[in-house]
Design a protein around this ligand. Structure first.
Ligand code: CA
Length: 234
């Protein structure tokens, strides 16, 4: 598979601790053409949501280390747009309301049919596509970044941009031709405090260069400012 084909695949993060369910979901979603990763705890799930930047999250409420509502709230506070579908054995109306209040987009009660879940996932993606139908774009080199549609295009080539990739580009663009500190990117884009060991920003810069730059070893648009951060040259 080429890098471009991978870039076009939607990514679903499954946060669930029941191995049989994880296996079933992974197989079914992969078969539907989604790229799937799974995590068995809330802490690992939150980390993957920031690092892997999924297009949609399936979140179990009963996790070994944390309550799913809290995980949902934290994830939502960091990323206001990623769709979250809660998976739970609880069928009470109050639980459903609490899940939606925590920022979830939808709610599926176990045991559920995989076909129904996939229909709901596709409905969310269709709704998103309609929401993002209008234009808001800016150029970087020969690419046009379409912020509403989360894509970058050049001629007939088109690549999808994930939420965090786009947020990084937007922040760098606000300060085009100026150096932006790595810590500032981490705080403004991910909403988390800087830590000396955090490679999150650098990992996303690598991904963006892979998409944007002709020659990733000699980038012309996303430049490294050594010991400080990055600078965007349009
Ligand atoms: Ca569970």
């Amino acid at each position: 598979m080429t890098a471009d084909a991978r870039d076009g695949q939607r990514k679903i993060l499954v946060i669930e601790d029941e191995p049989d369910l994880v296996r079933g979901l992974t197989d079914a979603l992969t078969f539907e053409g989604f790229e799937v990763q799974s995590r068995g705890t809330g802490a690992e799930g939150l980390e993957a949501a920031m690092e892997w930047d999924p297009d949609l999250v399936l979140l179990d409420l009963m996790l070994p280390d944390d309550n799913g509502y809290r995980v949902c709230e934290t994830m939502r506070s960091r990323n206001p747009v990623v769709p979250i579908i809660i998976l739970t054995a609880k069928a009470q109306e109050a639980d459903k309301v609490r899940g939606l209040e925590a920022g979830a987009d939808d709610y599926v009660t176990k045991p559920f049919s995989i076909a129904e879940l996939i229909a709901r996932i596709n409905a969310i993606f269709r709704r998103q596509a309609r929401l993002h139908a209008s234009d808001e774009s800016f150029p970087i080199g020969q690419w046009t970044i379409n912020a509403r549609k989360h894509v970058m295009t050049k001629g007939r080539a088109s690549k999808r941009l994930t939420f965090y990739e786009l947020e990084v580009l937007k922040l760098l663009r606000e300060h085009a031709d100026e150096a932006v500190a790595r810590d500032e990117l981490l705080e403004k884009v991910w909403g988390v405090q800087a830590s000396a060991t955090n490679r999150t920003v650098d990992n996303f810069i690598v991904k963006l260069r892979r998409k944007l730059e002709e020659d990733q070893k000699n980038p012309r648009h996303i430049l490294t400012v050594y010991g400080f951060g990055y600078k965007l040259v349009l």
